[in-house]
Every structure is written in structure tokens, then in C-alpha cells.
Design a protein around this ligand. Structure first.
Ligand SMILES: [Zn+2]
Length: 291
């Protein structure tokens, strides 16, 4: 069974890092590690292929589209999240963001490196998610793409591969797919990426005008959900909530500035944000630099 927000193809999503303290623009908080291996284009191409394959499967099953009361609302929320995402660097500004809604009961939400987000309206309905909670789900997935987590995961894998010859991206994926021990070795980095997507998602949701505290009840609603099998990737909802709460002060400052109540303006603004985001940098980023 797929875990919550689990990817269709793990190597194509993953990865969540935080922006480096030196940001490209004043409000770019969520940017990929500049030292990642391979190229963005390789992952975008693989993402497009995986997305088309997924679309074909869902179309054949008659599971594309939306049949719940959520349909219009989800698209409006996605538009707000994308508008915030586009401010996060040049690549984010030019990404062709796309939302696809499915009725598939065995899907939840997933992201493709090429800019597509797939979400199941059945999943949203089953959990009775509010607008803010849906925003968080979508912001989490968009953050995976902003932070190039598929690329970060492959970069870590490359660093850990046993033979220090030049490996192609296909070599790395073959090693992950066919060597369970290697995949298990990578699992902690996978989970780091998920925690970072949670943190980045909270910030992105705040930038889109969603009150951070109103996003967090999502985790309570997910209690009892499967978080994956042999390679659980997202951590327990309780652990995710605890970590997200630690990001609340930063997210609320950002929300204050973006929502216009002025609460973020009196606390040092950018300097304080840069400090806190720097503290939030993950072990995953350190791992990508071992190569
Ligand atoms: Zn995720």
C-alpha cells in the first residue's frame, strides 16, 4: 500500500532541503542545494516519462478527474501555492506546474520532477481535509520539486555507491532497484527529505496565505495511516507534527508578512528567517556533499 504522499516512483520525487543562508532573492526560502550532482534536466525528463505512464494507467482505469465537492477548491488552492512557488528562484518561475486530480482510492498525493502534482480527491474526502490542510498537502508535494529531491536522493546514492568509477543516473537507479540492502542504506535520507518537505511546505503554505497552525491538524487526521512497507519514508504523523511545530515560529513570521498583519515586520524579518532556515538544513544536504 502506498504511504501518505508517497511517490509513484520513489526516485523521481524525494528530497527536501532548505534554502542556503545566502539566498538568490529576498524571498526565496526554498531552493535546492547548489551542489547537487547530475542535472535538473535529466530528472525533468524522467519525471515527464513517469507522469505520462501514470496518466495512461489512470485513464485506462477511468480514474482521471474529480467527482467530489473538493474539485474547484483544490484547483484554487493549487493556484495560490504555485503563485508562491514561482517566487522561489528562476527555475521555479519557469516550471510548468500542473495539477492532476484522480479518483483512485489507492493514491494520495505525489509529485513528479517535471512539475506535475497528482492528488486523489478520494483521499481528500476520506480524511475530510480543510482548505488549509489541502494547501499543506499540495505545498509538501510542490516543495519536493522546488528542492529537487529526486536529484538530491540520487546524489546521495551516487556518493554511497561502492565503486568509485563514473556512474550514470541509470546506473544509480539500477543499483537502488536491484539491491535492497543499498535501498535500505538510503532510507534515512529518504525520510530526511520528507521531513524537509513538511517544513518547506509549511513555509510555502504560509507564503500562499494559509495560517500555519491551521495546516497542522492534517497530521492528526493521518494517524493510523500506513507510512510504507519495507522502506517507510514519511515518518509517523506524530513525529512529523513535532517537527512541523518546531518550524511554526518561522512559518508564522512569514505568514505575518505575507498575510499583511505586520507581525513579521517587527522581528528582524529576513535576517531572522535566514538564521532559522540555516538551522533547519538537513543531514541530507551534508550527505550530498560527501561525494
Ligand atoms: Zn513527500
Amino acid at each position: 500500500m502506498q504511504g501518505i504522499f508517497q511517490s509513484l516512483n520513489r526516485v523521481l520525487l524525494l528530497a527536501c532541503l532548505f534554502a542556503a543562508p545566502h539566498r538568490a532573492s529576498a524571498d526565496a526560502y526554498i531552493e535546492p542545494d547548489p551542489q547537487l550532482g547530475f542535472s535538473s534536466e535529466e530528472f525533468a525528463q524522467r519525471g515527464r516519462e513517469a507522469f505520462q505512464q501514470k496518466l495512461a494507467v489512470l485513464a485506462a482505469r477511468g480514474q482521471l478527474g474529480c467527482t467530489t465537492q473538493y474539485c474547484t477548491g483544490v484547483r484554487e488552492i493549487f493556484a495560490r501555492i504555485v503563485a508562491a512557488a514561482r517566487t522561489q528562484g528562476d527555475k521555479a518561475a519557469t516550471t510548468r506546474w500542473e495539477l492532476v486530480i484522480t479518483t483512485a482510492p489507492d493514491e494520495d498525493a505525489s509529485a513528479f520532477a517535471s512539475g506535475q502534482i497528482l492528488v486523489s480527491s478520494t483521499f481528500l474526502q476520506q480524511h475530510g481535509l480543510t482548505q488549509s490542510e489541502i494547501a499543506y498537502v499540495l505545498a509538501h508535494e510542490v516543495s519536493h520539486i522546488l528542492l529537487e529531491h529526486a536529484r538530491a536522493y540520487a546524489t546521495v546514492a551516487l556518493a554511497l555507491m561502492p565503486h568509485k568509477v563514473r556512474h550514470s543516473l541509470s546506473d544509480v537507479y539500477a543499483e537502488i532497484d536491484f539491491d535492497l540492502g543499498f535501498a535500505l542504506q538510503l532510507a534515512p535520507f529518504d525520510m530526511d527529505a520528507e521531513f524537509e518537505a513538511d517544513e518547506a511546505g509549511l513555509i510555502l503554505g504560509a507564503m500562499a496565505g494559509y495560517q500555519p497552525r491551521e495546516m497542522l491538524p492534517l497530521f492528526t487526521k493521518l494517524e493510523g495511516e500506513s507510512t510504507g512497507g519495507v522502506l517507510p519514508s514519511h515518518g509517523s504523523p506524530a513525529e512529523r507534527l513535532k517537527r512541523a511545530e518546531a518550524t511554526l515560529p518561522l512559518a508564522e513570521r512569514i505568514y505575518g508578512r505575507y498575510a499583511g498583519d505586520g507581525s513579521g515586520a517587527a522581528d528582524g524579518g529576513d535576517a531572522a528567517d535566514a538564521r532559522d532556515i540555516g538551522h533547519a538544513m538537513s543531514p541530507l544536504r551534508a550527505a550530498t556533499r560527501r561525494r
